[in-house]
Design a protein around this ligand. Structure first.
Ligand SMILES: C[S@@+](CC[C@H](N)C(=O)[O-])C[C@H]1O[C@@H](n2cnc3c(N)ncnc32)[C@H](O)[C@@H]1O
Length: 441
C-alpha cells in the first residue's frame, strides 16, 4: 500500500470491509486498511466484517465498529447483553461487555495473547516458546477461570457496578463504549442477582449523576448515589461485611473491593500460593521487612499471613485513610501486622533514607504490590529496585503496565519466577495477572 493512500483520512461514518488479523490491548481487534491500522470493536480475529469508521484522529490508525459480519468466527456467540449487540447502532451499544459476543474459552485465549504480546513488546520476555512449537495449549490454560464461571457462562459475577444518569431524561444505564452517552438497559447480565434486584433501570433518576450498586458477600445489596454537583456518594462510608471463604473483612461501601464475587478468594489464594512456594524454597523470611503496598482493606496482607503463620511481620500501606482503618481492623488478629496511610512513593522514599539495620531487614523481605490500573510506574519500580527486597509479588490489572515494570525489574537484577493470569472480568477485555520476582544473588 502506498504511503499516500494511507495518509488519506478515512471518512467518519463510512463503511469498510476488513479482515481481522489479531487482538490488541483494550478489547479491540486489529485489521489493516490501505496501509493503516484499524482498531475494530465487536470483531473476532479471523473474521471478515463490514465496519463503520468511528474515529480517525491520528494519521497512522483509525477506529471502527462492526456493523455486519461477512465471515463469522466459530467462536462468535449471541451477545450476552442484547443492548450491546450488533443489532444496534455502534453509538448506542452498551459499554462494559466488549467480549460478550465471543465464546468464553476464546475470550481467555485472546487475553492470554495480549499478555504474551505485552510481555514480548514491553517486558522483553518471550513466553511464546520456539517458533513452530504448538503454543495453543499453553495459551488456552494461561488465563485461569474463576470458580463457577464456566457453568454460568461468565454471567452474574459483578458485585460492583457503576451506572450513569442522563442529565436530560434521568434515564439510568452504563455509558456506551468510548463515550459519555448513557444507554438505558433492561438488565445487567454481568452483575449478581443482588445488584440486578436493586438496579433502578426503569426509573427516571433526575438530579443524580451516578449510581453505584454493590452486593457484598455477607451483607445486603445497596445503592450509593451521587447528586449532580456533589462528589460524595451517599452511604459510601457505611461499612459492609465481605467474606473470603470463611474469613470476614470489613470494607467501606464505597471503598475498593475486587469486583468479581470469586476474585477476592482467587487473588488471596494466588498470593497465598506464591508465598507458600517461596517458603518451601527457603526464600521467605517472615521476620524481615515484608510489605503489602497499595494494600486497600488488607486482603493480600491477610493472604501472606495465612501462608506464613505466626511470627510474620508485615506492613500494609495504602493512601486512603478509611481503607487503612478497615485494614487495621481486618488485620487486627495478626500480631505482627500493621496498616498505615501513605502514598507508596513517599513511603518508599522514607525507607530508602532509613538506617542500615532497617534497610537490611527490607532487603531480606518480600514486597507484595497491587497498584491501580496505571501500574506501579517507573519511579516506584526504581525505588523497589533500590530497596532490593528478596522477592516481589506483583498483582496487576493492566498487562502493559505490568510488562513495562517487569522490564525495569529484570534490568535491575530480578528473575521472573512465575506468571499467572486470572479471568476475573469475563465478557470484558480485562484480566488480572500475578508475577513473582526474586532478586538474583
Ligand atoms: C487495585 S487496589 C488493591 C487493593 C487491595 N490489594 C485488594 O486487593 O483489595 C489499589 C489500592 O491502591 C490504593 N492507591 C492508589 N494509589 C496509591 C498510592 N499512590 N499510594 C498508596 N495507595 C494507593 C487505592 O486506594 C486502592 O485501595
Amino acid at each position: 500500500m502506498s504511503e499516500q493512500r494511507a495518509s488519506t483520512p478515512l471518512e467518519i461514518g463510512s463503511e469498510i470491509e476488513l479482515e481481522i488479523t489479531g487482538i490488541a490491548h483494550g478489547g479491540v481487534s486489529v485489521a489493516r486498511h490501505e496501509g493503516r491500522v484499524v482498531f475494530v470493536a465487536d470483531a473476532i480475529p479471523g473474521e471478515r466484517v463490514l465496519a463503520r469508521v468511528t474515529d480517525q484522529k491520528k494519521k497512522s490508525f483509525a477506529r471502527a465498529a462492526v456493523t455486519r459480519v461477512l465471515d463469522a468466527s466459530d467462536d462468535r456467540r449471541e451477545h450476552v447483553w442484547a443492548e450491546a449487540s450488533l443489532e444496534r447502532d455502534p453509538a448506542e451499544r452498551a459499554g462494559g461487555a466488549e467480549f460478550g459476543h465471543i465464546d468464553l474459552a476464546r475470550q481467555r485465549v485472546l487475553k492470554a495473547e495480549v499478555l504474551v504480546d505485552s510481555m514480548a513488546r514491553f517486558g522483553d520476555i518471550e513466553l511464546a516458546g520456539e517458533e513452530g512449537e504448538d503454543f495453543s495449549e499453553t495459551l488456552a490454560e494461561l488465563v485461569e477461570a474463576a470458580d463457577g464461571d464456566d457453568e454460568a457462562n461468565g454471567l452474574g459475577y459483578r458485585t460492583r457496578v457503576r451506572l450513569h444518569v442522563d442529565p436530560e431524561t434521568g434515564a439510568v444505564g452504563p455509558y456506551a463504549a468510548r463515550s459519555r452517552t448513557v444507554v438505558p438497559v433492561s438488565s445487567l447480565p454481568l452483575a449478581t442477582d443482588g445488584v440486578n434486584q436493586i438496579a433502578p433501570l426503569a426509573e427516571a433518576m433526575q438530579g443524580l449523576q451516578t449510581i453505584d450498586l454493590i452486593d457484598p458477600a455477607n451483607d445486603d445489596p445497596r445503592m450509593l448515589i451521587t447528586e449532580i454537583g456533589q462528589k460524595e456518594r451517599r452511604g459510601e462510608k457505611d461499612l459492609v461485611a465481605e467474606l473470603v471463604e470463611d474469613r470476614g473483612f470489613i470494607v467501606r461501601a464505597g471503598g475498593f473491593w475486587q469486583v468479581h464475587r470469586e476474585a477476592p478468594a482467587m487473588l488471596f489464594g494466588a498470593v497465598h500460593d506464591a508465598i507458600s512456594d517461596l517458603i518451601e524454597a527457603g526464600q521467605f523470611d517472615p521476620a524481615a521487612g515484608n510489605l503489602d503496598l497499595y494494600g486497600g482493606a488488607g486482603l493480600l496482607a491477610a493472604a501472606v499471613a495465612e501462608a506464613a503463620g505466626p511470627g510474620l511481620k508485615i506492613t500494609s500501606v495504602e493512601s486512603d485513610p478509611d481503607a487503612t482503618d478497615n485494614a487495621a481492623e481486618n488485620l487486627s488478629e495478626i500480631v505482627g501486622a500493621r496498616a498505615l496511610t501513605a502514598r507508596v512513593d513517599k513511603y518508599l522514599s522514607e525507607l530508602l533514607d532509613a538506617a542500615a539495620p532497617v534497610r537490611d531487614r527490607l532487603r531480606r523481605g518480600t514486597i507484595v504490590l497491587d497498584p491501580p490500573r496505571s501500574g506501579a510506574g517507573g519511579d516506584v519500580t526504581a525505588q523497589l529496585a533500590e530497596l532490593a527486597p528478596a522477592n516481589i509479588v506483583y498483582v496487576a490489572c493492566d498487562p502493559v503496565a505490568l510488562s513495562r515494570d517487569t522490564k525495569s525489574l529484570l534490568d535491575s537484577g530480578y528473575d521472573l519466577l512465575e506468571l499467572r493470569a486470572f479471568d476475573i472480568f469475563p465478557h470484558t477485555h480485562h484480566f488480572e495477572s500475578l508475577a513473582v520476582f526474586s532478586r538474583a544473588e
